[in-house]
Design a protein around this ligand. Structure first.
Ligand code: ADP
Ligand code: MG
Ligand code: MG
Length: 362
C-alpha cells in the first residue's frame, strides 16, 4: 500500500499527523507500506524516510507524480502500455488475479481531498482509498456541495457566493450585499478549504470587509453565511453502496467557534462521543449524514458535519469532509470505534473498500 501524505495545502501538517497514525496502526504482516511524501511545493519524495523528511522540513529527492507511477513497484502492478502500443499510457487488457497495490491518500484540502489526486490515480488504473473524483471535488467546494444538498431537499444554512473579480471591482457593494442579507455576526469562508483556514466571524462592517479580504486570499470563490447558534454534530460514514453510519459525535469548541487554533493549536475543544442527543435527534443526524453522503456519491469514507440549532432544534448539513482528520484521536476514527470498528480494522476496511470499488469499475 502506498501511503501518500503532506501535499500542497494549508493542511499539510494535519496530513503528516494522520499519516503517522496510519503507519503505526496498519497491520504490517498483511500490507507492505510504502510511504510517499509530497512537499509543500508539490514535489514527491519516495526515497529514505519521507515522513521524517517532511516533519523535519528537509526536502530531499523530488520528482513528479508521473515518476511515481513509473516507479518499478507501481509499474509492475499498473499495466501501463507496452512499448509497441498505439496509444501510450492506455492500459492493455488487465491481467486477472490480484488487484494492484492500493493507494491511500491521507491528504487534506487542495490537491488531495479535492479530486485532483483521485483523477491521477483513476488514470493510472489503481485502487485508492476514499471518495472518487466527483465526490471529492464536490465535497471540497462548499458552494457546489450546498447547491446539491439544497436540491436534494437537505437543509443548508442561508448563504451567498461571491467571486473574486466582482469583489475586486466593487468590494463595498459586496460587503453591503452580505450585510443586508445576513447582518452580524455572519460567517465568511473560502469555498475550497478546510481546517477553518480563512474562516471568520465578522461582527461589524469593517470586520466583514477584513474577513472578505482574508477569505479571498485563499480562494476566488467565497461564501458568506448566516451565523447559526448551533451545536456541532459530526457523523462518520464508511462504505461504498451500503455504508455504515456511525453514532453521532459532538464537538464542543474551546473558542468562539471551531477555528484553526481550536482544532490544532489549543487543546480545549472537547469531543463528546456519542453526542448527548435524544434518540430521535441522533436518528435524524444519521439519516441526514447518509443522505448527504449519497448526494455527493460518496465512496470509502467521509465525515458529515451538521449544525444543530439551539432553540429551534433544526439540523443543517454544513459540509462533507471526504478525507477527514485521521489521527487516532480524530473524530472520524473515534466515531467508528464507538460504532464497533477499531482503528486497525478501520484502515483494513478502507483498503478492502478501495479494492471493491476498483473491481466494480473494471
Ligand atoms: P472547514 O471546512 O474549514 O471546517 P466550516 O464550514 O466547517 O469549514 O467552518 C469552520 C467552523 O466555523 C465550523 O466548525 C463552525 O464552528 C464555524 N461555522 C462555520 N459556518 C458557520 C455558520 N454558518 N454558523 C455558525 N458557525 C459556523
Ligand atoms: Mg468544518
Ligand atoms: Mg471542512
Amino acid at each position: 500500500m502506498y501511503l501518500i501524505f503532506g501535499g500542497r495545502s494549508g493542511e499539510h501538517e494535519v496530513s503528516l499527523m494522520s499519516a503517522r497514525n496510519v503507519l503505526e496502526a496498519i497491520d504490517k504482516s498483511r500490507y507492505e507500506v510504502i510511504p510517499v511524501g509530497i512537499t509543500r511545493e508539490g514535489r514527491w519524495i519516495r526515497s529514505g524516510d519521507p515522513l521524517k523528511a517532511l516533519l523535519e522540513g528537509v526536502e530531499r529527492g523530488g520528482g513528479i507524480p508521473v515518476a511515481l507511477l513509473a516507479d518499478p513497484g507501481v509499474r509492475d502492478l499498473v499495466p501501463l502500455a507496452s512499448p509497441g502500443d498505439a496509444a501510450p499510457g492506455v492500459s492493455a487488457a488487465r491481467p486477472s488475479g490480484d488487484p494492484p497495490a492500493v493507494f491511500f491518500p491521507v491528504l487534506h484540502g487542495t490537491y488531495g481531498e479535492d479530486g485532483t489526486i483521485q483523477g491521477l490515480l483513476e488514470m493510472a488504473g489503481v485502487p485508492y482509498v476514499g471518495c472518487g473524483v466527483l465526490a471529492s471535488a464536490v465535497g471540497m467546494d462548499k458552494a457546489v456541495a450546498k447547491a446539491l444538498f439544497a436540491q436534494a431537499g437537505l437543509p443548508v444554512v442561508p448563504h451567498r457566493v461571491f467571486l473574486r473579480p466582482r469583489w475586486e471591482r466593487e468590494p463595498g457593494l459586496v460587503a453591503a450585499e452580505a450585510e443586508a442579507a445576513f447582518g452580524y455576526p455572519c460567517f465568511v469562508k473560502p469555498a475550497n478549504l478546510g481546517s477553518s483556514v480563512g474562516v471568520s466571524k465578522p461582527k461589524s462592517r469593517s470586520e466583514l470587509e477584513g474577513a472578505l479580504a482574508e477569505a479571498f486570499r485563499f480562494d476566488r470563490k467565497v461564501l458568506v453565511e448566516a451565523a447559526v447558534d448551533a451545536r456541532e454534530i459530526e457523523v462518520a460514514v464508511l462504505g461504498n453502496d451500503d455504508p455504515v453510519v456511525s453514532v453521532p459525535g459532538e464537538v464542543v469548541p474551546g473558542r468562539e467557534f471551531y477555528d484553526y487554533e481550536d482544532k490544532y493549536v489549543e487543546d480545549r475543544a472537547r469531543l463528546l462521543i456519542p453526542a448527548p442527543l435524544e434518540p430521535a435527534q441522533a436518528e435524524e443526524a444519521r439519516r441526514l449524514a447518509l443522505a448527504a453522503y449519497r448526494c455527493i456519491d460518496g465512496a470509502g469514507m467521509a465525515r458529515v458535519d451538521l449544525f444543530l440549532e439551539r432553540g429551534s432544534g433544526r439540523f443543517y448539513v454544513n459540509e462533507v469532509n471526504t478525507i477527514p482528520g485521521f489521527t487516532r484521536i480524530s473524530m472520524f476514527p473515534k466515531l467508528m470505534e464507538a460504532s464497533g470498528i477499531p482503528y486497525p480494522e478501520l484502515v483494513d476496511r478502507l483498503i478492502q473498500l478501495a479494492i471493491e470499488r476498483w473491481r466494480d469499475r473494471q
